[in-house]
Design a protein around this ligand. Structure first.
Ligand code: ZN
Length: 429
């Protein structure tokens, strides 16, 4: 499979494949998802027992659901988990009861403003139960006695997460993290999961300067669990990205790390600007996805978040309309290409020391300079002049790209040419 259309279609097929699985923060759905992802990249699946203390949290009981329904007095399933796993509030405790419509209504959630959509709701840290349904379906409920069943278990078990570590030349790490706790929802977050897995597959097959760590964990509690277990190692994370909502047709958006000026923040902003299309760069805020944990003050890791339309910024968010129609192969391909560009920039970003810093070195003598002005040659020469001038060991290629307002690729190529002629040496080599 080659070309952007090919990758988009392949990513889309993987989303379609994982879409029917009922995931939550623990349980068989997460395990099955991780098991399938292991076909794409070398994934280690970790199991952390319920009750384990992790930072200020405790790994919860494992939740597994077999079936759930609300039946009318005539025995008809008026709400049926088998039709959509969104019908059950995720983590609902097991229940078997007979209720009047008035009693039942206290356990129902709808979206009156989108009467055909089923909302997605969770009750992770309070033992409750509930059903979600379209408002249209809700309005059809008659005054009746209803039989309710949530055939689920909430028992000591494990929290599962997947991790793929790809060693590089250095111990310094690039973290790529995506949450895998949502049931049948596509943009949030199968798009992020599948793009991260494809990045892992691609990285596994090539030479690496950084060590890459790809993390597939349930939102919040998974990131907290991983941080608790790896507390002594997090200092190795040099750059990180949380990937979510990357498959819709909106413009790309990047949420900066808490630091605001980390290399990852500058790298993504530079790539987005150099691509020239519409995009958005936002400052850090303490709401959102797992960047909240990585950027909590006790860690303050250089981790930003890459999305297209912001989570919560599209009406289909956390509803049954975040389905296979919302995510599009061209958007998936574009997001994947954007991630690849950012990772390539990070990998190529380094500092050089000019070997001829007193006066400009004579480039013409080395065939690197042509006296005739104009044309693409002149742009190349300008890039070389910038690199030579700022190759003082203190400026990285990204610093030079920003200061010169030239694309990182042009600066990188200029540095390669100059290094090949012995005019630069890489710092730290
Ligand atoms: Zn979500």
């Amino acid at each position: 499979m080659s070309g952007p259309e090919g990758i988009g279609a392949e990513l889309y097929r993987w989303i379609a494949n994982l879409y029917p699985i009922c995931r939550s923060i623990t349980g068989r759905g997460v395990r099955e998802t991780l098991g399938r992802l292991a076909d794409l990249l070398p994934l280690t699946i970790h199991e952390v027992p319920s009750g384990t203390r992790v930072l200020d949290w405790t790994v919860p009981m494992e939740w597994n659901i077999r079936d759930a329904w609300v039946k009318s007095a005539r025995g008809e399933r008026v709400i049926d988990f088998q039709r959509s796993n969104l019908h059950v509030v995720s983590y609902s405790r097991p229940v078997r009861a007979r209720l009047s419509l008035a009693q039942l209504k206290g356990h129902l959630v709808t979206l009156p403003e989108h009467p055909d959509w089923i909302p997605y709701r969770t009750t992770y840290y309070t033992e409750e139960w509930g059903f979600c349904l379209s408002h249209r379906q809700f309005l059809e409920l008659q005054d009746d006695e209803y039989e309710v069943c949530v055939d689920a278990s909430l028992e000591p078990g494990h929290l599962s997460y997947g991790e793929c570590v790809l060693p590089g030349e250095t111990d310094e790490e690039v973290l790529i993290s995506s949450h895998i706790c949502h049931p049948s929802l596509c943009n949030d977050n199968l798009s992020g999961v599948v793009i991260a897995a494809f990045l892992g597959r691609q990285l596994a097959a090539r030479a690496r300067r950084y060590t890459y760590r790809l993390l597939f964990a349930p939102g919040t509690i998974g990131a907290i669990t991983w941080l608790a277990i790896n507390e002594s190692r997090v200092g190795r994370i040099a750059h990180g990205l949380v990937l979510t909502c990357l498959g819709d047709g909106g413009r790309p958006s990047y949420k900066k790390s808490r630091r605001g000026n980390a290399t990852i923040d500058r790298a993504v902003a530079h790539v987005l600007a150099a691509r020239g299309g519409d995009h958005e760069v936002l400052d850090f805020s303490p709401s959102g996805y797992d960047e909240r944990q990585y950027c909590s003050p006790g860690f303050d890791l250089p981790v930003g978040r890459l999305s297209r339309t912001l989570p919560g910024g599209f009406p289909e968010y956390h509803t049954s309309a975040d389905n296979l129609d919302l995510v599009r192969p061209p958007a998936l391909a574009d997001s994947f290409a954007l991630c690849v560009e950012v990772l390539e920039l990070l990998d190529a970003n380094r500092s050089y020391l000019s070997q001829s810093p007193r006066g400009e070195p004579q480039l013409g003598r080395r065939g690197l300079y042509h006296s005739r002005g104009g044309g693409p040659q002149e742009a190349e020469e300008l890039a070389m002049l910038w690199v030579l001038n700022l190759a003082d060991g203190r400026h990285s290629l990204l610093d030079i790209a920003e200061r010169s307002r030239l694309p990182f690729g042009a600066i990188g190529r200029a540095a390669e040419r100059l290094a090949a002629h012995g005019l630069l040496s890489e710092v730290g080599r």
